[in-house]
Design a protein around this ligand. Sequence first.
Ligand SMILES: [Cu+2]
Length: 289
Amino acid sequence: MSAHGGTVNVEGPRHWRNVVVLWLIASVIMVPVVIFLIGPGLPPGNGSVEASGQTADNTVLLALATPVALGVLVYLGYVLFAFRERTPDVVLDGPAIRGNSSVQFWWLIVTTTLVLFLAGYGSVRLLADGSGGGQGPNPIARPAVPAGGKLLVVQVVAQQWQFNYRFPGYGGVETNQIELPENTLVQFNVTSLDVIHSFWAYELGVKADANPGVNNVAYVTTKGPVIFHVRCAELCGLWHGYMFNQGRVVSKADFAAWIARQRVYFAPATKTLPPYSKTYFPPALRRAG
Ligand SMILES: [Cu+2]
């Protein structure tokens, strides 16, 4: 007996049954809502094949997390209601869970199954096309080139505090803006001239660290025309927050016209650039080394 009165244990399986039934009803309602209503709006959208894949993966993760979260919320809501104080000074207590081997058994089975499934699912999805992530200098997940197309190599050169883009297939021209052709497999070779940056093309579902002296490869398969935003995603110094671009995926004809204009416009600068290389070491670093 406490100062506030007695404690009464309420036994009985009907509480478990009620919780399970309520949880099932909530899950049957909410999982389709997550998959069909919330899923299509999840980031990063459908700006590329890899972005669509990430949106699908985010939908799978959220759909799996939904029954887990509902289990916690339904349980909490149920015990708040069922074991509330009905008679003044009498505190009701639910049946003890501690030592319940059945609960422990199923808890381990369910959580182990979920975690192992997610580890396998994530590995399979990553190995399929790299999921737009930086894979280092020797990528193992290479997406297929779309039929009738060819691979476009774009080097992303990060430095404090801007991104430049070099096109080895187009005379090694380096631009300060980026356009890409639609329905094309693009290989980003990401590197840095100074500190660690991160090339994040949000709508394309691409994110790859830019490390000095490292060629970090990421793939993206473009779809139709889209505007995408590039941001540096690694705190890289004073003007990190201003290190961004707006890029465009355009038709193949528009890309051909754009890159031709860039070659003419940047021709004087291209002559002064070092030859195309997977990495660059600025003269100051070379002297220091
Ligand atoms: Cu940066």
